[in-house]
Design a protein around this ligand. Structure first.
Ligand SMILES: Cc1cc2nc3c(=O)[nH]c(=O)nc-3n(C[C@H](O)[C@H](O)[C@H](O)COP(=O)(O)OP(=O)(O)OC[C@H]3O[C@@H](n4cnc5c(N)ncnc54)[C@H](O)[C@@H]3O)c2cc1C
Length: 395
């Protein structure tokens, strides 16, 4: 079976590795980025214990490589900006192993390395055609404008992320739902004096800072604050040091050391902040009568509250690979994945309660220590199928 994967991001590279040595498969991966362009990409991220379980069960070499390139994510604390502890969880109480925290560039390097020989860089999907045998042919554009039609594929896989061209070309542009929260991300490369280590969240009203240390002495700070309405833009005055400082500083000015440190770093690095709005897009798994399969953000862009975007992209790649190897197709991936994705998306939105205007950050954070929330976290972090659970689909 010839499979063309558009996008060598998280889901695309995991799927390519799952199929790399499988008999009967020929896989080509196309990405618009030049080879090695990820070196400076993005900020930091945390991948959930469920991504690590999926890799441990299906791609143990990738699991080991990512563990070696990351710091473990074993703890989650929530405090007020003054430092009052509201929630403190050892993740191993609800998971089989810790998650990880690392830089985006490192995640991409680790996932893309094993499939480098199957990846064609600097090629952007701009159209999809069909050959005489009914196979889909991607039309790819090089930086000099030259167009390439590599061949027809029995299956085209969208691993091209939130603004997927393959989804737009075969199923139309998904209408995102905006949730009225601004998100900021900042990488602090030199964080030697950072007064925290593991994953923490700090609330000042509904404004929230989230931060943790990264390998190599860096730290990651993510902010979130309510906007005037669900579809409001982020105002220019919000993008200033003074606004960011006021947003997270408690009314009496007495921020705990972690928040005081982050406020200074945000103010100093305001020009380097990445800005986004909290949003998700409707789930879609297949198009073109099963000849297109959507994975990761191309299928189900979700709110980042529980750090499940890249995490679910890893699960997608692993499960899709296991099913394709057993003779399954796009519909089988939908059958295996979409109930879980629905749960993850609902749970991620539910966990955002403390950030919405009117949400109670103190009561809402304390409630995350209750059995009901912890049972859902356990389901999130452990409900990952191993290879033995996939029976042959078709012979
Ligand atoms: C503020 C914020 C914070 C986040 N934090 C986390 C976190 O802590 N943990 C977590 O798990 N997730 C997090 N996420 C989510 C995460 O960024 C995504 O869910 C994840 O990267 C999706 O992986 P993917 O494989 O679908 O796509 P991507 O990893 O985005 O890869 C897409 C690939 O497709 C390529 N491409 C795109 N268009 C084309 C085209 N037309 N032709 C060819 N190639 C193309 C790109 O170059 C790229 O290599 C966060 C997201 C946001 C917005």
């Amino acid at each position: 079976m010839r499979i063309g994967i558009i996008g060598c991001g998280v889901a695309g590279s995991v799927l390519a590795e799952m199929l790399r040595e499988a008999p009967g498969f020929a896989v080509d991966v196309f990405d618009r980025m030049a080879r090695g362009e990820e070196a400076e990409a993005g900020t930091g991220l945390n991948c959930g214990p469920n991504a690590m379980k999926a890799l441990r069960l299906h791609l143990p070499a990738r699991h080991a490589a990512l563990r070696a390139a990351s710091l473990p994510w074993t703890r989650w604390i929530i405090e007020t900006a003054e430092g009052q502890r509201l929630f403190d969880l050892d993740l191993r109480e609800v998971a089989e192993e810790p998650g990880i925290r690392l830089r985006w560039s490192e995640l991409y390097r680790q996932l893309r390395g094993p499939v480098a020989d199957a990846t064609h860089h600097g090629l952007e999907l701009v159209a999809v055609e069909e050959d005489a045998a009914g196979r889909l042919v991607p039309v790819l554009e090089a930086p000099d404008g030259a167009r390439l039609r590599p061949r027809g594929y029995e299956l085209l896989v969208a691993g091209d992320g939130r603004y997927s061209a393959l989804r737009r070309l075969t199923a139309g542009v998904p209408q995102p739902a905006l949730h009225g929260i601004a998100m900021t991300r900042l990488l602090v490369p030199d964080a030697a004096d950072c007064p925290f280590d593991e994953y923490g969240q700090w609330f000042n009203g509904n404004a929230r800072l989230l931060a943790y240390r990264l390998p190599g002495g860096a730290a990651y700070i993510a902010g979130g604050f309510p906007l005037a309405s669900a579809s409001a833009e982020i105002a220019p005055e919000a993008r200033t040091a003074a606004f960011q400082r006021a947003l997270y500083t408690p009314p009496d000015g007495q921020a705990c050391p972690a928040v005081a440190w982050m406020v200074e770093r945000l103010a100093a690095g305001v020009g380097q902040i990445h800005w986004a709005r909290l949003q998700d897009a409707p789930l879609l798994r297949t198009a073109a009568a099963g000849r297109v399969l959507f994975l990761g953000d191309a299928a189900h862009a979700m709110v980042p509250t529980l750090g499940q975007g890249a995490t679910q992209a890893i699960e997608d790649g692993v499960v899709a690979g296991a099913l394709l190897r057993r003779g399954g197709g796009a519909e089988d991936v939908a059958a295996w994945r979409d109930t879980r994705i629905d749960f993850v998306r609902r749970f991620s939105l539910e966990a955002t309660d403390t950030m919405f205007p009117g949400g109670d950050p103190v009561a809402g954070s304390i409630a995350k220590g209750e059995p009901e929330f912890l049972a859902k976290l356990r389901r999130l972090y452990t409900d990952v199928p191993g290879p033995e659970e996939f029976a042959p689909v078709r012979v």
